[in-house]
Design a protein around this ligand. Structure first.
Ligand SMILES: *Cc1c(COP(=O)(O)O)cnc(C)c1O
Length: 455
């Protein structure tokens, strides 16, 4: 695979660039995939090979890689007004329009929007808002943040502290005051003889016990992805959000929905919280908000938090926070177009149309004796590899089973992602049934090959 001549793209990439979340020894052996362009759901590398991107880039390229309307929206805005900030009482007209649109499509009757350049920064911003409110409202001790094991909220020092994955220990994270409660993955964490409803009740009881132990008046907020994404595509157990929200309301703790992946159609509705029938106090958005055509994140505050932030900012004279490129006019123009494309040009509709076919494909591959379960919602899904299906025993980590499956797929022109021992699929919303069939066929061949090697 790897072209090792000194001037090859692979060598140049390794010499001068750093990769995120990459197994360096294996990339040195295999060579990076250097992509030049895309067409629909496919990307093309420097050698002219094509890959069906079963992960929509990083969940976000939902309109595919060559959507003409999105490129045109960006070009038109670059021509009109190429950049501005949202500080000191100034902002672009595009920013004004996007905020109106975001509140209109949100589950809130009214609200206010704050922009960032990424999902991590949006989570950081939300935490700073909660800390700011705590101070301004006379509860300076109300600073702790609760999230869940296996959640993914980003990589900045605060959002990495929120992320419930062990890899952050290499940074000495989480920071103090970031607390992780149980992951609502019934298949993995349900006890013998425990029904799903009992499991959900236990999750809520454990949350309440944690709140009481920590001190209810020390907790600033609870953050949750409606479906956990980068933690392995984990839908909540039945009734989870209703049970958890009841506990949070009892103690006056805001529920923040991290909709960075679920938002704008991924689970079949505009928001994941709609799919699971709850209304949070605020929404964190990024990724699909621009269909990946511009870096952007947003904090969408519901009415209560919006009013409180306004009062607190008046009392302190300002909310001292913001990024230079927050509310960038090109990003806002692209987001306005992306929201229109997803919601009004049939993409969200296509997610709903394709979901039964997607689920049937996952279910078919899950018949493999080395697939423990399939799970998912809308167009996000995962297959969990196991050594023993009956006991749900995972493979020895040293075998790198999911990495080998994903690498085999890459060799056959399919990009999919290993996450723990699972393989994650989240294809672009523009896919057809044929694209999904191609994806499942390639994945099935890779599963057979790798399981034959390790069995
Ligand atoms: C990707 C992701 C983030 C972080 O967004 P970045 O833009 O990578 O900083 C936060 N939350 C969730 C749920 C995500 O999937």
């Amino acid at each position: 695979m790897r072209d090792d001549t000194p001037n090859s793209w692979e060598s140049r990439a390794d010499s001068y660039s750093l990769y995120g979340f990459t197994d360096l020894p294996s990339i040195h052996e295999r060579g990076a995939v250097i992509v030049t362009h895309g067409k629909g759901p496919y990307v093309y590398d420097v050698h002219g090979r094509s890959y069906l991107d079963g992960n929509s880039g990083l969940w976000n390229m939902v309109a595919g890689f060559d959507h003409p309307g999105l490129a045109e929206a960006a070009k038109a805005q670059y021509d009109r007004f190429p950049g501005y900030h949202a500080f000191f009482g100034r902002m672009s007209d595009q920013t004004v329009m996007l905020s109106e649109k975001l509140v209109e499509v949100s589950p809130f009757d009214r609200g206010r929007v704050f922009y960032t350049n990424s999902g991590s920064e949006a989570n950081d911003t939300m935490v700073k808002m909660l800390w700011f409110l705590a101070g301004a409202e006379g509860h300076p001790q109300r600073r702790k943040i609760i999230t869940r094991i296996n959640s993914y909220h980003g990589v900045t020092a605060v959002s990495a502290s929120m992320t419930g994955k062990p890899y952050n220990s290499v940074f000495g994270l989480p920071l103090p005051g970031f607390i992780h409660v149980g992951c609502p993955h019934y298949w993995r964490f349900g006890k013998d003889g425990e029904s799903e409803a009992q499991f959900t009740e236990r999750m809520a009881r454990e949350l309440e016990a944690t709140i009481i132990t920590e001190g209810p008046d020390t907790i600033a907020g609870f953050f949750a992805e409606p479906v956990m994404g980068a933690g392995g595509v984990i839908p909540p157990s039945a009734g989870y959000f209703q049970a958890v929200q009841k506990v949070l309301k009892k103690y006056g703790i805001p529920l923040i929905a991290d909709e960075v992946i679920c938002g704008f159609g991924r689970t079949g509705n505009t928001w994941g919280c709609q799919t699971y029938d709850f209304v949070p106090d605020a929404i964190i958005s990024s990724k699909n908000i621009t269909a990946g055509y511009f870096p952007m994140g947003a904090v969408i505050l519901g009415p209560d938090l919006a009013d409180r932030l306004q009062d607190a900012s008046e009392a302190i004279e300002e909310f001292p926070h913001g990024f230079t490129a927050s509310g960038h006019p090109v990003g806002c123009a692209v987001a306005l177009k992306a929201i229109d494309v997803v919601m009004n040009e049939g993409l969200a509709e296509n997610v709903r149309t394709l979901t039964p076919h997607f689920e049937a494909g996952l279910a078919r591959l899950a018949e493999n004796p080395n697939i423990g379960e399939w799970r998912g919602k809308g167009l996000m899904g995962a297959l969990e590899a196991v050594k023993d299906k009956a006991t749900k025993t995972p493979f020895d980590g040293k075998l790198s089973v999911s990495e080998r499956i994903a690498n085999t797929c890459t060799d056959h022109g399919l990009i999919c992602r290993p996450l723990g021992q699972a393989i994650v699929l989240c294809p672009p919303f523009i896919c057809t049934k044929d694209h999904l069939d191609e994806m499942f066929d390639k994945l099935e061949k890779a599963l057979k090959k790798v399981f034959a090697e390790v069995a």
